[in-house]
Design a protein around this ligand. Structure first.
Ligand SMILES: N[C@H](CCC[C@H](N)C(=O)O)C(=O)O
Length: 287
């Protein structure tokens, strides 16, 4: 059994560490070192789970951390990856990879439960029910970031998001304004930020700056938040293709406002920590 399994979804990468199989204590420090692209393995975040032996029909718990070591309530890409991890490693339990169309599991984070269905195991295609967003206000509100006055829409989807609708978006813009908005005094807990451009009623483009991880090539919960905001503003219909730097995802808005996302994720590698790195993690060297 490997110490870690690395996944990526549209260029957003996470390490899965399974506490039932590996002795690992997640602290801000150990997560930061693991995620460091120069000193560690490298990732946008870490998924620690399952938190207890999976039992058929019962929710499976996981904890999620950002690359800066901060805990986060939820990660859309992370949930898709973790559903695949469970199918690959605990297949006969809550999920059945031999019956891909029927493979489903309820994942439990501090943000609540999310049902995940593996639609195509070979392609790593997973659909996740992300819940109903809670909007901070009915209409966009003004926010000053640097020298810019922006109209933004704040919403919670288990984790916090701020959507910035603009005519055009770019990675440079996200890198410039993202950190100013993510830690703006208006958001004491910080916020994930989506720069949104609506291309047509079925297509949006977003650039993402994540709280705790910075610029990322894609973010599942961000794709959902941006779609929910665009839908609320009447700019898109119920089914939206979300273009991000790392690829596209499909997001749907249900009758009650519930958000469902579908996209791929893939396992990249499994690996073991060297004794020296394990010691640097402060986790001790296995006998
Ligand atoms: N990449 C993640 C977002 C992580 C959210 C995290 N940065 C936070 O602090 O809430 C996703 O696919 O949804």
């Amino acid at each position: 059994m490997s110490d870690f399994t690395k996944y990526q979804a549209l260029g957003n990468d996470y390490l899965v560490i399974d506490p039932l199989r590996v002795d690992f204590t997640a602290t801000a420090q150990t997560v930061r070192l693991l995620c460091d692209r120069h000193l560690g393995v490298g990732a946008d975040g870490v998924l620690i789970g399952p938190t207890a032996e999976p039992r058929p029909g019962e929710p499976v718990g996981l904890r999620i951390f950002n690359s800066d070591g901060s805990p986060c309530e939820k990660s859309g890409n992370g949930l898709r990856m973790f559903a695949l991890y469970l199918a690959e490693h605990y297949g006969a339990g809550p999920v059945r990879p031999e019956e891909p169309a029927e493979t489903s599991v309820v994942l439990r984070t501090v943000a609540g439960d999310s049902r995940a269905d593996i639609l195509d195991f070979a392609e790593g295609r997973v659909r996740v029910e992300m819940g109903v967003p809670a909007f901070a206000t009915d209409a966009p509100v003004g926010l000053t970031a640097g020298a810019r006055h922006l109209d933004v829409i704040g919403l919670h989807l288990g984790n916090p998001h701020t959507v910035v609708p603009l005519d055009e978006v770019s990675a440079d813009l996200a890198r410039e304004l993202g950190p100013l908005i993510a830690w703006h005094p208006a958001y004491p807990e910080g916020t994930n930020v989506q720069f949104l451009s609506v291309l047509d009623r079925g297509t949006i483009r977003i650039e993402v700056w994540e709280r705790g991880a910075g610029y990322t090539l894609a973010s599942g919960s961000s794709a959902c938040a941006a779609t929910a905001a665009a839908h609320r503003l009447g700019l898109v219909g119920e089914h939206v293709v979300v273009e991000m730097a790392g690829g596209t995802m499909e997001v749907s808005v249900g009758e009650q406002g519930e958000i469902t996302m579908t996209g791929t994720a893939e396992q990249v590698a499994t690996g073991d920590f060297s004794p020296a790195f394990r010691a640097r993690l402060g986790q001790g060297v296995p006998a």
